[in-house]
Design a protein around this ligand. Structure first.
Ligand code: DGT
Ligand code: CA
Ligand code: CA
Ligand code: ZN
Length: 599
């Protein structure tokens, strides 16, 4: 049982307790423990063996330590099970709806017996909510919007959840030993899509282990994976099962000889495959999950690797992230594929929070973790005052905080620390800090955290105003989407990108797995329109800094190359690539005039 599963059980217990009307302290302790365990590098399953160590964790006392032991031992938690007898499990789905907290969920349950998202949708559509205390017409509409998001997203999973599950299963399958040659994730996970419907894993059999007897033994071993909830299918060369969080997993067992063709087929996308098969047919071949073969004689020409199949089809190798039938096949034919950005190319991270606002680690701790990742510079960007829920800093606190960042930088921690802030874009597009503070910041990151429902025209004006503010340098999580939870805000992206290009404002590719914002299509628009991109993590703890890999994946899906992303540049060049500060621009032109006069 991994930390994520344990955290989920605790979180659900907290939510059910809150619905049940438990006193705040009671459910908060579960919530806090869930949050802690989610971000913990050490395995709780290991730690319960030594209760003393467990209780050294902040907020874990005797009681919680015993609960954790119970969860690890039984795979569930008695209190959660008891509450699930009292309330339907589907209430947890209702709780997922943005804009419905536990109090309202409890209210709807006790007054309408609304226990499913469909129930809530029905009573909202019947107009029964608008007159209730604490609801109103606007909230009724927001609930219906949230229901739509839920319906679109249900059954899909965030990329980090999918990746963690895939890694655990791969490790388990490899424990079968010499029967297994290799295990490779395919499907949308390999393409780096922001959410994943199900996992597709390919297991290649070792030489001498390909008989049906061997395959059956291996299948049996795979189905002993401890995270399995239900076995769905057990065929000749395929097993399917679901995990406790509902994620489905399809595992295919195959011979090495067919690996390339199978990997190509099961990586998809379906649309890429269809176009590829059409091309194969035009060239006198047939392509399926076993091989590329001649149409007439059915003579096999390739199949062991993807490379040899692409090559026979007279195409350059197409990286999985590009396989969406969005022009990549034509580009591969003409040797025009982009040289995609890589994780190793990243030199800095421009959005993260410290304990000054809602982060879990100090400036120094963030610096050390970033240094270990190989970064040359980071910007500490705590929240501005409007974001009260995140303990945003007012001008006075921010002025002191800037000094603290400079002081930390002076300690020469092996990484350059930039004094930044994530400045809220207010409803009218103005920024949440005075020019005096903005002028002191080395990196000004601006973003929306309120009024997500403005109409398109008003939202476009708001964003334009923010971009035209001379202090704005980076727009963070530009569309404000929360994957599987909240739709993006609505504005005219063409107009906004045009304004970014004109004003030298960079767009952020936010790496946080529930944001991944901008999305791939918009990133490609940035590239085509000459808008600079930064890839940042929006870390709220030192452990989050490694999320940058998801941002890089999204950037690759957006066809971005090293030169499209300014935080691939070394420190000084990066700073020069940022939009110049109002004062600095004047200063720079004065010095260059002086330089010209000298020449
Ligand atoms: P997902 O799971 O919804 O996130 O997306 P995928 O792309 O992983 O889709 P999935 O799991 O249904 O199938 C995995 C790959 O297998 C898919 O990307 C392409 C291939 N595939 C599946 N079904 C078909 C099909 O009917 N025709 C073709 N050409 N390819 C298919
Ligand atoms: Ca899939
Ligand atoms: Ca599948
Ligand atoms: Zn933010």
């Amino acid at each position: 049982m991994d930390n994520k599963q344990i955290a989920r059980i605790l979180r659900e217990t907290a939510q059910l307790l809150e619905i049940d009307g438990a006193i705040i302290g009671r459910y908060r302790s579960y919530e806090k423990a869930a949050e802690l365990i989610d971000g913990l590098p050490d395995s709780i399953e290991e730690m319960v063996k030594d209760p003393k160590k467990l209780k050294e964790l902040p907020g874990i006392g005797d009681g919680m330590a015993a609960h954790l032991a119970e969860i690890v031992e039984t795979g569930d938690y008695a209190l959660r099970k008891k509450l699930l007898k009292k309330y339907p499990a589907t209430l947890l789905d209702v709780l997922q709806l943005q804009s419905l907290g536990p109090k309202k969920v409890a209210f709807l349950w006790s007054n309408f017996k609304a226990g499913t998202v469909a129930d809530v949708e029905r009573i909202a559509k019947e107009g029964k909510l608008r007159d209730l205390p604490g609801f109103g017409e606007k909230s009724e509409q927001n609930i219906l919007k949230a229901v739509e998001v839920f319906k679109k997203s249900s059954g899909r999973f965030h990329i980090d959840v999918a990746e963690d599950a895939a890694m655990a299963i791969v490790a388990h399958i490899k424990k079968a030993g010499k029967a297994v040659h290799d295990v490779t994730p395919a499907g949308s996970l390999r393409r780096g899509k922001e959410t994943v419907g199900d996992l597709d894993l390919l297991v290649t059999l070792a030489d001498g282990h390909t008989s049906q007897k061997h395959v059956d033994a291996l299948a049996k071993h795979i189905l002993e994976f401890p995270g399995i909830d239900q076995t769905l299918a057990h065929g000749e060369n395929k097993v399917s099962f679901t995990l406790q969080n509902g994620l489905q997993v399809d595992v295919r067992l195959l011979e090495k000889e067919n690996f390339g063709a199978a990997l190509l087929y099961f990586t998809g996308s379906k649309e890429h495959n269809v176009t590829l098969r059409g091309r194969a047919n035009d060239m006198g071949y047939t392509l399926n999950e076993y091989a590329l073969a001649t149409l007439k004689a059915e003579k096999r020409v390739a199949g062991r690797t993807e490379e040899e199949i692409y090559s026979k089809l007279k195409l350059d190798f197409i990286p999985p992230e590009l396989r969406e039938n969005a022009g990549e096949i034509a580009a591969a034919e003409h040797h025009k594929l982009p040289h995609l950005i890589t994780l190793a190319g990243m030199k800095g991270d421009l959005q993260m929070h410290s304990t000054a606002s809602d982060g879990k680690n100090s400036i120094e701790e963030m610096a050390e973790a970033a240094r270990q990742l190989g970064h040359q510079y980071i910007a500490i960007t705590d929240h501005s005052k409007a974001v009260t829920v995140a303990n945003g800093l007012d001008e006075k606190r921010m002025a002191a905080h800037i000094k603290k960042i400079h002081a930390a930088n002076d300690k020469r921690l092996g990484i350059r620390l930039l004094a930044g802030a994530e400045v809220d874009i207010l409803k009218d597009g103005s920024l949440d800090y005075s020019d005096e503070i903005l002028a002191q910041l080395e990196v000004v990151v601006c973003s929306v955290h309120s009024y997500f429902n403005l109409d398109r025209a008003e939202m476009t004006e708001r964003m334009l105003a923010a971009i035209e503010n001379p202090y704005t340098q980076i727009i963070a999580h530009p569309t404000g989407r929360l994957l599987l939870r909240r739709d993006p805000i609505d504005y005219d992206m063409e107009k906004i990108l045009e304004a970014c290009a004109k004003n030298g404002v960079a767009m952020e590719c936010n790496s946080y797995p529930d944001r991944l914002d901008l999305k791939d299509v918009y990133l490609r628009m940035c590239k085509d329109r000459g808008v600079k991109v930064v890839i940042s993590t929006d870390s709220h703890s030192a452990a989050n800094l490694s999320f940058i890999r998801y941002g890089v994946t999204m950037a690759r899906r957006g066809w971005l190359e090293k030169h499209d992303v300014i935080n691939t540049l070394p420190t000084e060049q990066f700073l020069a690539a940022l939009r110049p500060k109002p004062g600095a621009a004047k200063l720079r032109s004065v010095t260059s005039k002086k330089a010209a006069a000298r020449r």
